[in-house]
Design a protein around this ligand. Structure first.
Ligand SMILES: [Mn+2]
Length: 426
């Protein structure tokens, strides 16, 4: 379990950055309707988790550090427990329990939020809210953060409003020791599942059989969720970067790409391995695999304090060019004629070498800013050749330090020979 001291420290770090007369309001994720009377499995908003650890829906954290009334400087609203809820869904958090988890002493009921916030913002000039900002996600949904922010804008039209997202990004990108432990633990379970997969993959299994093996290993380890929907892709399916149907038959002579990760205490791990379905690489597969592994090692070296993910993308692209020529994908002549805006390597390696990892598997962070010690990123070179029916990616979760980057899942086999040995030992 993540300690209360972690949440208290995070709130302190956040409020220290705020100008005098600020109020921060952090909203939960909504429960998302699935069908009938049912909801999708609930996932709490990552900012709320980071600042108070409350997993329950309809919770709201309010921070107003310079409020003249000390009792209104730090408040947490949770749903009021009811007998009905207790009978049907289990008890909601009691005020004591919410206090114990979060370290926030003033617990109030969510239904009183609108009344309460009047008293709080009366002494504020700026209100920061946590709209879930992500450049790649723009759902047409009026989620709680947007609904409540609009409500406040209507009721307090003369206040200024600020974005919490950049402040949260600065905090969340640098991981504390508790967070790194959680990511390591997620990586351990991920590694266990991979060893099980090596034991069961053979020609004739379906992609969903592999998924079943992973999910069952996760559950037996107390992991309730994949950190993201896994990619389990045999043959040419591996060239579809976000392939998700997982129905196909794994055939003799094909490679199988598995991109997956356990989530532990809401922290993600992210791992990809690519293995021969038969248990033995063909000569061509082995050549492609070894080239990808060389790129993996180069990228592990290049992803370090001070470099940016954008720079490493370009540096690695240049290394890939040589490998691609050696693999016969294009010639040196083609390279000389390539246009700088559309380098040839991008045809076979079209994604970024890394993304930030944390409470979200694609966590907050900027690819063009220098990496700092304490950041956690993926390292994931790949090669995708649809015309040969093959896609290979190798990925791990990496901690940036002032010295060498540290693989947070070092125990997961990656050498071609070791994979062959483990697969033949079934
Ligand atoms: Mn990844």
């Amino acid at each position: 379990m993540i300690s209360r001291a972690f949440y208290e420290r995070n709130r302190k770090k956040l409020t220290e950055q705020l100008p005098q007369g600020s109020t921060v309001v952090v909203f939960s994720n909504d429960q998302m309707p699935r069908n009938g009377e049912h909801y999708f499995p609930y996932r709490q908003n990552s900012d709320l988790l980071y600042l108070c650890g409350i997993q329950q829906h309809d919770s709201i954290l309010i921070l107003s550090p310079s409020h003249p009334n000390p009792a209104l400087r730090e408040l947490l609203c949770v749903l009021q427990p009811s007998e009905f809820e207790a009978i049907w869904n289990g008890s909601l958090l009691s005020a004591d329990r919410a206090r114990e988890i979060s370290g926030v002493s003033q617990i109030r009921w969510t239904e009183d939020f609108e009344k309460l916030i009047h008293d709080v913002v009366y002494y504020s000039d700026v209100i920061y809210t946590n709209l879930s900002e992500n450049s790649k996600l723009d759902p047409d949904l009026h989620t709680m953060d947007i609904r409540k922010t609009r409500w406040m804008q209507q009721h307090f039209p003369l206040h200024r409003y600020g974005r919490l997202a950049p402040l949260m990004e600065d905090l969340r990108t640098i991981k504390s020791s508790e967070e790194i432990l959680a990511i390591r633990k997620a990586g351990e379970v991920t590694g266990d599942a991979f060893l099980k997969v090596l034991q069961m993959v053979r020609p004739g299994v379906r992609e969903f059989d592999v998924e079943a093996e992973i999910t069952s290993c996760f559950l037996r380890n107390g992991v309730r969720h994949h950190a993201f929907e896994p990619v389990i892709a045999t043959g040419a399916n591996a060239c579809v970067l976000h392939y998700s149907s997982r129905n196909d038959l794994c055939q003799d002579g094909d490679m199988l790409l598995i991109d997956f990760g356990a989530e532990w205490l809401h922290y993600a791990s992210d791992c990809t391995r690519t293995i021969p379905v038969s248990g033995r690489f063909t000569a061509r597969q082995r050549a492609l695999y070894e080239a990808t592994l060389r790129m993996f090692r180069k990228a592990m070296f290049l992803l370090r304090e001070g470099s940016t993910i954008a720079q490493v993308n370009v540096q690695l692209g240049q290394f890939w060019e040589k490998e691609h020529v050696d693999l016969g994908l294009y010639s040196l002549n083609d390279l000389r004629r390539q246009s700088p805006e559309a380098p040839l390597y991008k045809k076979y390696f079209m994604h970024n070498i890394a993304h930030f990892i944390g409470l979200d598997v694609h966590d907050l962070g900027h690819r063009t800013e220098p990496l700092k010690a304490g950041m956690v990123v993926s390292c994931e070179p790949g090669i995708y050749i649809p015309e040969e029916g093959i896609g290979i990616r190798l990925e791990t979760t990496v901690l940036i330090t002032p010295a060498e980057s540290i693989d947070l899942m070092p125990q997961i086999p990656i050498e071609a020979e070791e994979l062959e040995q483990l697969m033949s030992a079934k």
